[in-house]
Design a protein around this ligand. Structure first.
Ligand SMILES: Nc1ncnc2c1ncn2[C@@H]1O[C@H](COP(=O)(O)OP(=O)(O)O)[C@@H](O)[C@H]1O
Ligand SMILES: [Mg+2]
Length: 351
């Protein structure tokens, strides 16, 4: 039983189910992300929690109270959408104050709370500006202040950073998480960006076609993805098909070491390993040899694609300051058997 619980939550549009049987318990103060590809039902789930979309089935409870059919304003949740939707003719302070006026909070208290909310998002100095006089990041901080000023039991964020450019987006990820830590508001954020979900959340809920596929802490999700889809959607994953033999997978004429619990000798299997868990050696020095097909410089890392007899393998190495192997060079690939995992081709896979 969580502070906020979803129990068999379902939304159908005609024959099609946008959200199917979603059950989730969210603890007080937790930061949860709903992560998945476009169209998987994230926004619909969030809008059912907000009260903006009527569920076809299921139940929502908040702090023990059934709110499934309660009006949005009675729920009193804070909501920030992708488009900032600030009132253009109101100043920053007036925008933030609006929700308090609607709730008939007295003037003096309103002013104090608006000041506190603006201080929280570091915009106290810009209280008298209009939205058009702000940058995208500042506008989004106003939207967050406006959502938090009513002291909501739950903050709902729908792709709150997706209109920002890459650099600002990364800064705002840390900032938004910092704000959430300080005020301790239970938060549910929708995102299709796996790195955003991993870096900000206590737990990540992965959705696919309206259903929850996995709920886990970011590190566990990355290290133990429950399905092949999640293993490639969250981070990169090499998947090399072969046959399970004692101690590894036979592929491309080699025995590639990996952990293969539960597999029968001779069974068709797939070896899964993350690019950053593979090292480059001299030819003959690793578990399989290959030829560098392409090399990409990413600043903090180098990414290689290496042609091997077992298939094309992605390798990521941290940038250590010296230029590494070039395209066309023969190399060996090395990894420890603990960092690679084998599973049935269609089955549960992790690495
Ligand atoms: N009002 C609606 N009428 C019909 N279908 C809808 C409506 N809203 C959403 N859908 C469908 O429900 C599915 C989930 O949509 P949505 O929750 O917006 O996904 P996401 O936010 O993960 O991109 C999609 O297939 C979408 O087309
Ligand atoms: Mg959406």
């Amino acid at each position: 039983m969580g502070f906020l619980t979803l129990d068999g939550l379902t939304k159908r549009y005609g024959e099609a189910a946008a959200v199917s049987d979603v059950s989730l318990g969210v603890a007080k103060g937790e930061f949860i992300s709903l992560l998945g590809p476009s169209g998987c039902g994230k926004t619909t789930t969030l809008q059912m929690i907000a009260g903006l979309v009527e569920p076809s089935a299921g139940r929502i409870t908040l702090d023990g109270r059934d709110i499934t059919h309660e009006k949005p304003d009675r729920r009193g949740l804070g909501i920030v959408f992708q488009s900032y939707a600030l009132f253009p003719h109101m100043t920053v302070a007036q925008n933030v104050s609006f929700g308090l006026e609607m709730r008939k909070v007295p003037r003096a208290e309103r002013d104090t709370r608006v000041k506190q909310a603006l201080a929280l998002v570091q915009l106290a100095a810009l209280a008298d500006r209009y939205p058009r006089q702000l940058s995208g990041g500042q506008r989004q901080r106003v939207a967050v202040a406006r959502a938090l000023v009513i002291d909501p039991p739950v903050l709902l964020l729908d792709e709150p950073l997706s209109n920002l450019d890459a650099k600002l987006r990364e800064e705002m990820q840390f900032e938004l998480r910092g704000i959430q830590r300080r005020v301790g508001t239970t938060t549910i954020m929708v995102t299709h960006d796996q790195s955003e979900a991993l870096s900000m959340s206590d737990r990540v809920v992965v959705m696919e076609q309206g259903r929850i596929m996995q709920v886990d802490a970011p590190y566990r999700l990355y290290e133990s993805p429950a399905t092949p889809f999640i293993s490639t959607f969250v981070g990169k994953m090499n998947r090399l098909p072969g046959v399970w033999r004692q101690g590894g997978i036979e592929a491309g004429g080699r025995l590639l070491p990996c952990d293969g619990a539960g597999l029968a000798e001779g069974a068709a299997a797939v070896l899964a390993i993350r690019p950053e868990k593979i090292g480059l050696t001299a030819p003959g020095g690793g578990v399989i040899d290959g030829c560098i097909k392409a090399r990409f410089f990413l600043g903090s890392a180098w990414f290689f694609t290496v042609e091997t007899s077992a298939g094309l393998v992605g390798v990521s190495l941290p940038n250590a300051g010296a230029e590494p192997a070039c395209e066309g060079e023969a190399v060996g690939l090395a990894w420890s058997s603990a960092s690679a995992k084998a599973g049935r081709p269609e089955g549960v896979l992790s690495a």
